[in-house]
Design a protein around this ligand. Structure first.
Ligand code: FES
Length: 108
């Protein structure tokens, strides 16, 4: 099962198993990882699942998966970076085994 590491704003790392077919937001929620809220449940309407994809993974993860994600990224609560993604829009696959994402200081 793919492993995803969430690095909190303070540097705390939490690695969890996330089944392929799930997304990075749900991987955090199901495992009690702080830093990802996912208020809308993945409906692309809240932006509280913002994360920064680790530099080593940006090529494999890619940029926003839709115009709607790009648009919603404009309303994230913390600095928008080139590596910003909405974690509910990152589908976990075997190819993403070992993925590292950084969670922002706040989602509000
Ligand atoms: S969970 Fe709401 S936009 Fe991702």
């Amino acid at each position: 099962m793919p492993k995803v590491t969430y690095v909190a704003h303070d540097g705390t790392e939490t690695q969890v198993d996330v089944p392929a077919g799930e997304n990075v937001m749900r991987g955090a929620l199901y495992n009690g990882v702080d830093g990802i809220v996912g208020e809308c449940g993945g409906g692309l309407s809240c932006a509280t699942c913002h994360c920064y994809v680790d530099d080593a993974w940006t090529d494999r993860v890619g940029g926003p998966s839709s115009a709607a994600e790009s648009e919603l990224l404009e309303s994230v609560a913390t600095e928008l970076r080139a590596t910003s993604r909405l974690s509910c829009q990152i589908d976990v696959t075997e190819a993403l085994d070992g993925l590292v994402v950084h969670t922002p200081e706040t989602q509000y």
